[in-house]
Design a protein around this ligand. Structure first.
Ligand code: PMV
Length: 325
C-alpha cells in the first residue's frame, strides 16, 4: 500500500485581492489533512476512486472529467505512464467548501501517491502546477495560492505576476514567523463553493473597476504590513490588520451574517483580531488569540453558532527554508 497526505490551508490575509495581482499570505494547517491510500487493483481495472466522505466511488473511465480524475490523468501523463491498476481511497479531515483548501489537499495527495507508485519524487513546484489545473476546474479563475501553500507546506507570501493574457510564474516567498502564534478557526457550517463569491466579485469589479481596485489596493497594503508584523512577532499589530482586512472584505460583499457574528464574538471575547478566511459567504473565520485567552474565545465562538472550532499553531519549522521554494 502507498500512502500520501497533504495539509489544509488558511489564507491569513489578502484573499480575493490576490486574484487581482495583490499579495496574500497563506498558511498550511499541518494537522488537518487529506489522506490517500493506494492499493493494487485487479489487472486491467484501471484507476478506481473511493471517497466515502464525499459519498462517491467511481472509475477513471466512468468520470474522466471529474476534477479528481483529471488531476490523476494529468499526473500519469506527466510521469509518462498510460494507466495503473489501483484503488485509491480518499479520506479528509478538512471540511469541504469552507475555505480550508480541501480540494487542493485531496488533489495534492493524489499527485503525491501516483508519483510514489511510479517511484518518482516530484518537486513541490511540479505538484503545485498539476494541482493548479484541477483548481481551475473547481474555481474558474483561481489565483494559484491554494495549490501553492498546500504543495510547499509552509507559510508563504504569494503574488501573481504578468497579465491574464501573458501570465508569468507567481512570486512565492517563505514568510518568517518570529514567534509562534495560535489561530482559532471557527466554522460557520455554511458550505460555499469558492467560484460563487469569486464570480460575484469579478462582476462587481467589472461594473466598478476604480472602486474595486481601491479596495484591492487597501488589502494589498494590509498584507504588506501583516508580513512585517509576523517578522517582528507584533501580534497586537497583526490583530488590528486582520480586523481591517475583514472590514474591507465586508465592503467588497463576501462576508455573511454568520461570519460577521463569529468575528464579533471572537473580538468581544478578547481575540487580538478576527476575519473571514477564504472566499467567504460561508466557510470559516479565523481569530488570533493569546494562549491565555483561547478557551474563552473558543467558547464564545461555539455560543455564537460555530459548528466546530479548530486550533492551528503557526510556527517556523526547521524545513521552512527559502531553498525549498
Ligand atoms: O478556496 P478558498 O475558499 O480558500 O478561496 C481562495 C481564495 C480566493 O482569493 C478567494 C480565490 C483565489 O483563487 O485566490
Amino acid at each position: 500500500m502507498i500512502k500520501a497526505s497533504a495539509p489544509g490551508k488558511l489564507i491569513l490575509c489578502g484573499e480575493h485581492a490576490v486574484v487581482y495581482h495583490r499579495p496574500a499570505i497563506a498558511l498550511p494547517i499541518a494537522d488537518v489533512r487529506a489522506y490517500v491510500h493506494a492499493t493494487a487493483g485487479p489487472g486491467g481495472s484501471g484507476l478506481r476512486f473511493d471517497a466515502p466522505d464525499l459519498g462517491r466511488s467511481w472509475t477513471l473511465d466512468e468520470a474522466p472529467d471529474d476534477p479528481i480524475s483529471q488531476v490523476a490523468t494529468a499526473t500519469l501523463g506527466h510521469i509518462g505512464i498510460a494507466t495503473l491498476d489501483l484503488t485509491i481511497a480518499i479520506r479528509s479531515d478538512i471540511p469541504i467548501a469552507s475555505g480550508m483548501g480541501s480540494g487542493a489537499a485531496i488533489a495534492t495527495a493524489i499527485v503525491r501517491t501516483l508519483a510514489e507508485v511510479a517511484g518518482r519524487e516530484l518537486p513541490a513546484a511540479t505538484v503545485s502546477a498539476l494541482v493548479y489545473q484541477s483548481e481551475k476546474r473547481y474555481h474558474g479563475t483561481p489565483s494559484g495560492i491554494d495549490n501553492t501553500v498546500v504543495a510547499y507546506e509552509q507559510p508563504i507570501w504569494f503574488q501573481r505576476r504578468g497579465t491574464s493574457e501573458q501570465p508569468e510564474p507567481p512570486l512565492i516567498e517563505p514568510i518568517r514567523i518570529a514567534t509562534p502564534f495560535t489561530l482559532l478557526i471557527g466554522d460557520t457550517g455554511v458550505r460555499s463553493a469558492t467560484r460563487m463569491p469569486v464570480g460575484e466579485v469579478r462582476r462587481r469589479w467589472q461594473a466598478d473597476p476604480a472602486g474595486y481596485d481601491a479596495h484591492f489596493d487597501q488589502i494589498g497594503g494590509l498584507v504588506v504590513a501583516a508580513r512585517t508584523a509576523l517578522e517582528l512577532g507584533d501580534y497586537a499589530a497583526l490583530g488590528l490588520l486582520l480586523n481591517q482586512n475583514h472590514t474591507v472584505l465586508r465592503a467588497i460583499g463576501v462576508s455573511s451574517p454568520e461570519l460577521d457574528q463569529l468575528v464579533q464574538a471572537a473580538l468581544d471575547a478578547g481575540a487580538l483580531g478576527a476575519k473571514l478566511s477564504g472566499a467567504g459567504w460561508g466557510g470559516v473565520m479565523i481569530a488570533l488569540v493569546e494562549n491565555a485567552g483561547s478557551t474563552c474565545v473558543r467558547e464564545a465562538l461555539i455560543r455564537a453558532g460555530a459548528v466546530r472550532v479548530l486550533a492551528s499553531h503557526v510556527e517556523q519549522t526547521g524545513d521552512q527554508a527559502a531553498d525549498r521554494l
